[in-house]
Write a protein that binds this ligand. Structure first.
Ligand code: ATP
Ligand code: MG
Length: 469
């Protein structure tokens, strides 16, 4: 192409918002893609590799480029880099094969809007294009700056954590699914909100669903919603969390606790980008960015057959591990002061001095409950210290020993009282923590899985009891 051509300011083919460029070195794939795009009403052009794509872009000025990853001459990644430099507003959808998923992550970091895992149906491509288009028209553009007042700051001075945050800032602007792993109380949910607030969806809904807090059946209707009369008790129509999160971010908290049947349904939503309401007739298209958290090592769950491998790969696009508090001791003074000040403000008190001795003591504690525990400890320290400075004795850890309540196993309902006592204990605990199974399990000193099995056992017990009655 000549220098003169490069300077041509506008394309000659009408409105920019109607043009899409398809880049693939496989001619039959390229033609199929171009036909789909044309059917959607767009003006389309094709290119066989990155170099040709760049040449065409100058004249054609598409709003969207759909490109293959592996191509001769200029690869998809190089193309993205080049495009972001020349036309940063152009949206990019990347097509990638199973084996190149890591490169796809790289591409999202460079600013691709979406990726499609091959093979995909043309329906999926249609939906992705429609979602991107809708996002643009709503002003959810790429590179749009976001000014958001956060009422909860995420503080850290730990070099590893700071590095993690800056990487995350990069990925936040893409649509990439982020999988956050970390011990309980490390700040996973806070990090999820941080990502949302730094994404183009910041002014859109952020919807969190705790997959461990609800029994399986309820979780399904919570996520998918249901039509009126879909099942006994469904007296009104209920909008599911997927739909509520439309155009925004959905946080699937404690994803490892979702049962396998629901995992399959979730996978379908993530792949097809549409939701089937329980009892509904037509699927509802949804445009959501997903963030998931887990305090288990999810791959281990896959190996144990408790988590679907295909879903794992869908979620694990951008994996992040939040280090436990005991591995970032420099954060302890920062956070301790922050929590004391916050708590003082809430209680209308002047923030007290935090003594060096107290800080040294805090840095030696095991912090099994991580930042959440530190928050609680500092809140209590403020009250214990009265008006004076906070000293080591004001800061005992939450639980010096793990409290474990022995649970009765393998006793049949008919055998009576021990089983009953255990059941009562479990139900009382659940009621106290408002049905949050994670918290209940923690209080009871058992795993969520054990708790779930117990609850299932009770349900089954009830059914057989009502049958014999
Ligand atoms: N870096 C941080 N700066 C300020 N506050 C923090 C930070 N990390 C965590 N917190 C606070 O600690 C508490 C626990 O954080 P959060 O709920 O995000 O943890 P979590 O990893 O999701 O825990 P769980 O696994 O138990 O659900 C919250 O009140 C949060 O605001
Ligand atoms: Mg959480």
């Amino acid at each position: 192409m000549t220098e003169r051509e490069k300077q041509i300011p506008m394309a000659e083919t009408g409105d920019e918002a109607e043009r899409i460029l398809v880049v693939d070195d496989d001619p039959s794939m390229r033609i199929a893609l171009m036909e789909t795009v044309k059917r959607l009403g767009y003006v389309v052009q094709g290119a066989a590799d990155g170099t040709e794509a760049l040449e065409r872009m100058t004249r054609f000025r598409p709003w969207l480029v759909v490109t293959d990853l592996r191509m001769p001459r200029l690869t998809g990644l190089e193309l993205i880099k080049e495009m972001k430099a020349r036309a940063p507003q152009t949206a990019i959808v990347l097509m990638t094969a199973y084996g190149t998923i890591e490169t796809a992550v790289e591409a999202m970091k460079l600013g691709a809007s979406e990726y499609l895992l091959k093979p995909f149906s043309m329906d999926v491509l249609e939906r992705v294009i429609m979602n991107l288009k809708a996002g643009r028209e709503d002003g959810v553009g790429i590179g749009q700056s976001v000014h958001q007042v956060e009422h909860r700051a995420l503080l850290s001075q730990d070099p590893g954590m700071v590095r993690l945050l800056s990487t995350i800032e990069g990925v936040a602007s893409s649509q990439a699914t982020v999988l956050i792993h970390g011990e309980s109380g490390t700040g996973k949910e806070l990090l999820a909100r941080f990502i949302h607030l730094r994404s183009p969806r910041a002014h859109r809904p952020f919807i969190a669903v705790n997959c461990a807090a609800l029994p399986d059946g309820l979780l399904e209707s919570e996520l998918f919603g249901h039509e009126r009369g879909a099942f006994t008790g469904a007296v009104i129509r209920k909008v599911g969390k997927f739909e509520m999160a439309h155009t925004g971010t959905l946080l699937l908290d404690e994803i490892s606790e979702m049962d396998l049947a629901l995992q399959a349904k979730l996978l379908r939503v993530l792949q097809e980008r549409e939701v089937d309401r329980i009892g509904g007739r037509d699927p509802v298209p949804v445009n959501i960015r997903v963030i998931a958290t887990t305090n288990r090592i999810l791959y281990r769950e896959v190996e144990q057959g408790r988590f679907r491998e295909d879903l794992y790969y869908r979620l694990n696009v951008f994996p992040v591990t939040v280090p436990p508090l005991r591995e970032r001791l420099v954060d302890i003074p920062v956070l301790a002061r922050h929590f004391v000040n916050q708590s003082a403000m809430r209680n209308g008190l002047t923030p007290p001095v935090l003594s060096d001795a107290a800080l040294a003591h805090l840095q030696r504690l095991p912090w099994k409950g991580n930042v959440r525990e530190l928050e609680n400890v500092m809140e209590r320290a403020l009250l214990l210290a009265g008006q004076g400075p906070i000293l080591p004795e004001h800061c005992p850890p939450e639980r010096s020993e793990e409290v474990t309540i022995p649970l009765v196993r393998a006793i049949q309902p008919a055998n009576g009282s021990l089983w009953e006592m255990e059941r009562e204990l479990i139900f009382k605990t659940l009621a106290r923590v408002k049905d949050n199974r994670t918290h209940a399990a923690k209080e009871l000193g058992i795993s969520i899985r054990t708790l779930r099995n117990k609850l299932r056992e009770y349900r089954e017990g009830e059914h057989s009891a009502s049958r014999t009655a």
